[in-house]
Design a protein around this ligand. Structure first.
Ligand SMILES: Nc1ncnc2c1ncn2[C@@H]1O[C@H](COP(=O)(O)OP(=O)(O)OP(=O)(O)O)[C@@H](O)[C@H]1O
Ligand SMILES: [Mg+2]
Length: 393
């Protein structure tokens, strides 16, 4: 019997990583040719009207009167609006709005920047899906949004058309702005996306360095208040945004602690299944213990709100329903009313690195798409209301 030649594990793993990276790169080149950076699709007049909160007939009138941006018209005379058009309409409509903020809901004088940390150390609880849809929806609603990928796995980054291993060879993640020696201004690592009002700080494996650097800096006594690194970096661009959404890694390390210390709002995603709920109990206890330590050093741990979001919910699944009921009884209104339903529309969109807001409705079964969209909008609109409440509206 011939024996297989032993191979070094590291060599095999490296080879596999290279194959995979090359395949993924090729796949992306196919989906999105190299120079064709990702773009946002156009919105039907119905979608644009819904986003703006006006009647379609009113939009049509504006168009006929030559007011505001001129949408594309299809041969069938349907109007298609770009995300930029919708933003221009917001600016126009806000000028004559009945109430200030009807069309541009962002900060006014005295309102503080909202920093939302999306976390749970349970992998796959829907953090990235939640962060991406929240950030995009808020941007489409007219908020000025900064999305930060704090996860070395960089899924949020990939979802926004930046490939972590190819497009960031010389840094460019938040690590550059929070590292202990020679941090750069955070503005250097912020990039525009294909959605107006949405900027991104991408992530990649380099973020791991922060987990390694911090213990060293602490032992040398020059970490300062390490948990304020993210908060301090964000303070530099405070004026430019209304909301920051931070997608955290699935672990309770120094990165997550820094996000938690920066956050004014905390969203804990939870998939309502027994194992997930059990691990969440540990996550909450460890978080509380760590926050005690930070609070002992004199830091202010107050925040505006904390909510649980039920993710990948299947309303016909009886065990899930029992756990959902259990969580709602225990935590009351700390659990968001709207759950994020499990939907093939969301996972299928993810396969082509898109959110549900980016894909064309025609690519899906209508009812599937509509149900998923309704669920995501309900979740995001509930969070928008929390933001507004924080600003006293
Ligand atoms: N509502 C949903 N319906 C269907 N699939 C979903 C839904 N939400 C998330 N998923 C899928 O579940 C998987 C995990 O989701 P996601 O990446 O958002 O979790 P995560 O908490 O960010 O994971 P990680 O801990 O690895 O960062 C993904 O493949 C995603 O497409
Ligand atoms: Mg994730």
């Amino acid at each position: 019997m011939s024996r297989t030649t032993p191979e070094d594990l590291n060599a095999v793993i490296r080879q596999h990583s290279e194959w995979l990276a090359a395949q993924l790169h090729a796949q992306r080149e196919n989906l999105f040719p190299p120079d064709a950076s990702k773009t946002m699709r156009k919105f039907t007049s119905g979608e644009a009207a819904a986003l703006l909160g006006v009647n379609d007939s009113y939009l049509r009138k504006l168009h006929l009167d030559g007011k505001g941006p001129s949408p594309d018209t299809t041969p069938g005379n349907r109007r298609l609006y770009s995300a930029e058009d919708i933003h221009a309409l917001r600016v126009l409509l806000e000028k004559t709005a009945r109430k200030p903020g009807d069309y541009l809901p962002g900060r006014r004088a005295g309102d503080h920047l909202q920093i939302i940390g999306v976390m749970n150390f349970k992998g796959g609880s829907g953090k990235t899906t939640t962060s991406a849809h929240l950030a995009q929806r808020l941007a489409l609603m007219g908020y000025r949004v900064l999305a930060i990928d704090l996860d070395p796995q960089a899924s949020l980054t990939a979802l926004h058309g930046v490939q972590p291993e190819f497009d960031l060879p010389d840094g460019g993640t938040l690590y550059d702005a929070i590292r202990y020696d020679n941090p750069v201004p955070i503005a250097n690592v912020i990039r525009k996306t294909y959605i107006p009002n949405l900027d991104l700080v991408p992530g990649n494996l380099e973020l791991m360095e922060f987990e390694h650097d911090t213990p060293r800096a602490l032992s040398q006594g020059n970490a300062g208040l390490f948990f304020f690194r993210v908060k301090e970096a964000l303070a530099q661009v405070d004026e430019n945004y209304d909301v920051v959404v931070i997608d955290c890694p699935p672990q309770l390390g120094f990165l997550t602690m820094s996000a938690l210390s920066a956050a004014t709002g905390v969203l804990v995603t939870i998939h309502p299944e027994m194992l997930d709920v059990m691990s969440m109990s540990q996550f909450l206890r460890m978080t509380a213990d760590l926050m005690d330590v930070i609070a002992d050093s004199g830091a202010d741990m107050s925040h505006d709100w904390m909510r649980y979001l039920l993710t990948r919910v299947e309303p016909t699944d009886a065990p899930q329903n029992r756990i959902t009921a259990f969580l709602r009884t225990m935590y009351g209104d700390k659990v968001l009313n709207a759950p994020m339903l499990k939907s093939t529309a969301i996972s299928d969109a993810g396969l082509t690195k898109q959110t549900l807001y980016e894909v064309e409705r025609s690519a899906f079964t209508r009812t599937t798409y509509d149900r998923a969209l309704e669920s995501l909008n309900a979740v995001n609109d509930e969070i928008s209301q929390l933001i507004q409440q924080t600003w006293g509206r």
